[in-house]
Design a protein. Structure first.
Length: 346
């Protein structure tokens, strides 16, 4: 499972019997300051406006389950087998001692709080969770004291389903974006603190970057960097990989906040910044390279696209965003960044 998730994010995972290569130190090089890039560092823009919780209209929410689900009391099934032969010996249903409605709804409320990352908001959320479970969850009003209802609300899958749905709806209602505030409007990559890197070694060196090495996670990112550094890509003036170490310390300080599918506010570090030469002057690009599309990719795309639009308006400098999927890149085989940009806009 972990390997699948890492590979989906473009992180190469391989097995080896030898010692891993020693990490390298990635740092800006004084002699390459002509390839330095400035990136405005902005303060997080997404915040929860808890006052909007009072505007939550439970009657307008969707039902998650069918009324027919409540026709029988949910019971756990117990199956006994011989360990050596895996032959079934006995099977029976077990009716558990069900918690009270208050305990069940409290558990669901806490799951909503965890998913949406709304600490210390139990008192505000509990009434809405109760109303939803009683009036909308099954498409009609139900008796929360009833054994069948409690047996279903006791199921982990039911609780997770309700928590996931409500956390998302609450986030859509309460999360607002503040005006752009700069934490460091004149930040430059040459200010990056040297950091350790142990991915995709030996490291790649390139001409068009201010760093001594290009921080790549996987072979696809390495090939993309080679494309940017190639002499044929004449419109790529300079670029940099915005890598972070596996310890979670940011090698470069650039990050963007976004609304996760769970309803929580999260952060992610885009992969690349590129300065393109054009007839009208320099154009800045934030680029995300993907080996495989994963849940949350669209939410990240929307967040960085909005960031670029807002920064372009605030600074007067053109900023654009582009996601480059591995399959598309390898089938297109572009020569210049313009080729790639024109294809992505189709």
């Amino acid at each position: 499972m972990l390997r699948t998730q890492l590979e989906a994010e473009g992180v190469g995972v391989t097995a080896t019997k030898s010692d891993p290569p020693k990490p390298v130190i990635i740092e800006p090089v004084q002699e390459r300051m002509t390839y330095d890039i400035g990136i405005p560092i902005t303060k997080p823009g997404l915040v929860h406006d808890i006052r909007k919780l009072s505007d939550l209209d439970v009657s307008g929410l969707d039902a998650l389950f069918e009324e027919e689900d409540l026709t029988e009391i949910y019971r756990d099934k117990l199956k006994l087998e011989f360990v050596t032969t895996e032959t079934e010996v006995h099977q029976s249903e077990i009716a558990a001692d069900l918690p009270t409605p208050q305990d069940l709804l409290g558990a669901i409320t806490n799951k909503v709080i965890d998913r949406a990352r709304l600490s210390n908001r139990f008192a505000e959320l509990y009434p809405s969770v109760k109303q939803y479970a009683a009036t909308r969850c099954y498409g009609r009003k139900v008796d929360l004291e009833g054994e069948a209802v409690r047996s279903h609300l006791w199921r982990p899958g039911t609780q997770e389903g309700i928590a996931k749905y409500l956390a998302r709806k609450i986030a859509e209602l309460t999360v607002v974006r503040r005006a752009v505030e700069f934490e460091q409007a004149d930040y430059r990559l040459s200010q990056t603190t040297p950091f350790s890197w142990r991915r995709n070694l030996p490291p790649l060196t390139a001409r068009k970057t201010v760093f001594n090495y290009v921080a790549t996670y996987a072979d696809f990112e390495r090939r993309f960097a080679e494309f940017l550094d190639n002499e044929k890509a004449t419109d790529v003036h300079r670029f940099a990989a915005l890598g972070t170490t596996e310890q979670g310390e940011s090698g470069t300080q650039f990050r963007v906040d976004y609304l996760k599918p769970s309803g929580a506010i999260g952060f992610y570090h885009p992969d690349w910044v590129i300065v393109q030469s054009s007839e009208d002057g320099e154009v800045h690009w934030i680029v995300e390279t993907k080996g495989r599309v994963w849940e949350g990719t669209t939410a990240k795309d929307d967040a960085i696209q909005e960031w670029c639009e807002r920064i372009s308006e605030a600074t007067g400098a053109p900023w654009h965003y582009m996601r480059v999927n591995q399959t598309d890149f390898e089938s297109l085989r572009p020569s210049t960044l313009s080729d790639l940009a024109e294809w992505s806009m189709r």
